[in-house]
Ligand binder design. Sequence first.
Ligand SMILES: [Zn+2]
Length: 92
Amino acid sequence: MREKDQNVCPHCQIGRLHLRLLTYVHVYNGTLVSVPNTPAWECDFCHTTDYDNNALMRIEALVGQAGPPPNRHRPRPKPELRNKHRAYSVEN
Ligand SMILES: [Zn+2]
């Protein structure tokens, strides 16, 4: 009886939890961090998904230690737009 109750979903008390590998996505200080293959428990009845606590702690420790990875994305205007905007500007 006790072993059977081990993986019962804590949200609906009906379904069973199954281990899945999902992509954990979270925004840390404005930087989107995406962690593929993060272990998560998904209920086969209500489909509530809880990420594995140990995995979350590892991610938080990694991100918390050095802060979020630098956000190097700098949106650039399309070349034709840039030329249009700079047609009459002199650099330096
Ligand atoms: Zn459930």
